[in-house]
Design a protein around this ligand. Structure first.
Ligand code: SAM
Length: 333
C-alpha cells in the first residue's frame, strides 16, 4: 500500500494516539480540578483503536506513541498494547511506546517490557514531594519514583519530561538534571502552553521560556547543539560535562515543521494534522460506517492532504488560539 505523503512531500510515519481523556492526576497547567469527562459512547473502543492504528500502520506509520489523559488508567489497556505488539513482531511497527505520569507503572512495566516496549516517557516536573502533590493535585511522588525504578529494573529506557514553570521548578533545574544524569534517564523540558485552569496572572507568571532555561543551564554546563531530529517539536543539546542529552520542546513555536512526520489521534477519533492548528478530521464516523476499511482509508488520505505546512501562530502572543482539546495530548515528548 502506498505510504501516506502530505502535500509538502513529508511521509507520515509517526502516530500519537490518546486512548483516554481521563487521568488520575489533575496537573494545574493541564486540567481543572473538577473535570467533566467525555461520555463513554464518544470514546473509541479498544477494538476501534486497534483497527484505526492498524490501518495507519498499513499506510506507513512506523512509530506509535500511546498517551492520554493517562493511558495506563484506561481499562483493558494491556490488551490494546498486546494487540499492537503484533505489529512489532511482523516488523511493520518499529517502535511502540507511551507517555505516562508514572503512577501505574509499577503495575504495568513488566508486561509492557515483555510486549516489546523499550522506552517510555514519564512526566515529572519536580523531585520535591510537597511540590509534586501541589502541581499534580492528586499525585504522590513516591508512587511515581517507584514506577520509574520498576521501569529501569524491567530494562526500559526512561525519558523524563518536565514542564518548565517559572517560580515552581526553576530552582530544581540542576537537581533534575543531575538526578537524570545519575539515574541514566533522558531529560526533556517542555515550555508551558496556555491551558489548565491557572488564573491568567499565574499563567503569565509561570511562563519560563526555554531560551532562558537553556541560558541558565549554560551557566554550569557546556552545551553543544545536536543535529538530531525526531520529526517532532524538540531540539537537543549535549551537556559536555556529563554527556547527557537534553531536549527542549517548544510546542507552539514554528520548529522543524518542514520535517514534521506526525499526526495525532484523539480518543474520540479526531485526527489532528498539526500540533498548532485546529483543523481536524473525524475518523470515527468513517470507522463506524463500515466494517470494510476502504472508507476509512479514503478519509485518512483526505485528512493528510490537508496537513498544513506549519504552525501559523507564535506563543509569545500568549493566545489560546489554535489550541487543541484536552482529550488529546499535545506535546511531542
Ligand atoms: N498522562 C500522561 C503524562 O502525564 O505524561 C500523558 C498525557 S500528558 C497531557 C502529556 C504531556 O503533556 C505531559 O508531559 C504533560 O506535562 C504535558 N502538558 C500538559 N499540559 C501542558 C501544558 N499546559 N503545557 C505544556 N505541557 C503540558
Amino acid at each position: 500500500m502506498a505510504q501516506l505523503i502530505d502535500p509538502f512531500a513529508r511521509a507520515i510515519s509517526y502516530l500519537r494516539v490518546s486512548v483516554t481523556d481521563r487521568c488520575d492526576f489533575r496537573c494545574t497547567y493541564c486540567m481543572s480540578e473538577h473535570m467533566t469527562f467525555l461520555p463513554k459512547a464518544d470514546l473509541l473502543s479498544l477494538e476501534e483503536l486497534d483497527r484505526l492504528c492498524t490501518t495507519f500502520i498499513g499506510m506507513g506509520v512506523e512509530k506509535l506513541r500511546i498517551t492520554g489523559g493517562e493511558p495506563l488508567v484506561r481499562k483493558g489497556i494491556l490488551t490494546f498494547f498486546e494487540a499492537m505488539s503484533r505489529h512489532l513482531t511482523t516488523g511493520a511497527l518499529k517502535e511502540l511506546t507511551l507517555t505516562t505520569n508514572g503512577s501505574q507503572l509499577a503495575k504495568f512495566v513488566e508486561p509492557l517490557a515483555a510486549l516489546g516496549i523499550k522506552r517510555i516517557n514519564v512526566s515529572l516536573d519536580t523531585l520535591n514531594p510537597e511540590k509534586f502533590a501541589r502541581i499534580t493535585r492528586w499525585g504522590r511522588l513516591p508512587q511515581v519514583l517507584d514506577g520509574i525504578l520498576a521501569a529501569q529494573t524491567a530494562g526500559l529506557k526512561v525519558k523524563i519530561n518536565a514542564v518548565a514553570l517559572k517560580g515552581f521548578n526553576e530552582d530544581e533545574l540542576f537537581t533534575l538534571t543531575e538526578w537524570c544524569a545519575i539515574e541514566g534517564h533522558g531529560l526533556t523540558f517542555i515550555e508551558v502552553m496556555p491551558m489548565g485552569d491557572m488564573a491568567e496572572a499565574t499563567r503569565l507568571d509561570q511562563y519560563w521560556p526555554l531560551k532562558d532555561l537553556r541560558a541558565r543551564l549554560a551557566e554550569r554546563y557546556t552545551l553543544t547543539d545536536l543535529a538530531e531530529r525526531t520529526g517532532g517539536p524538540a531540539r537537543y543539546v549535549r551537556l559536555e560535562e556529563t554527556g547527557q542529552k537534553i531536549g527542549f520542546i517548544t510546542p507552539l513555536t514554528h520548529n522543524f515543521c518542514e520535517s514534521c512526520n506526525r499526526v495525532r489521534l484523539t480518543c474520540t477519533g479526531e485526527l489532528y494534522m498539526c500540533l498548532g492548528q485546529e483543523d481536524m478530521a473525524d475518523l470515527r464516523a468513517p470507522l463506524r460506517a463500515n466494517a470494510d476499511d476502504t472508507i476509512l482509508k479514503t478519509a485518512i488520505r483526505a485528512a493528510i492532504a490537508r496537513k498544513p505546512k506549519g504552525h501559523d501562530f507564535d506563543y509569545s502572543r500568549q493566545q489560546v488560539t489554535g489550541q487543541m482539546p484536552r482529550h488529546m495530548s499535545h506535546t511531542g515528548g
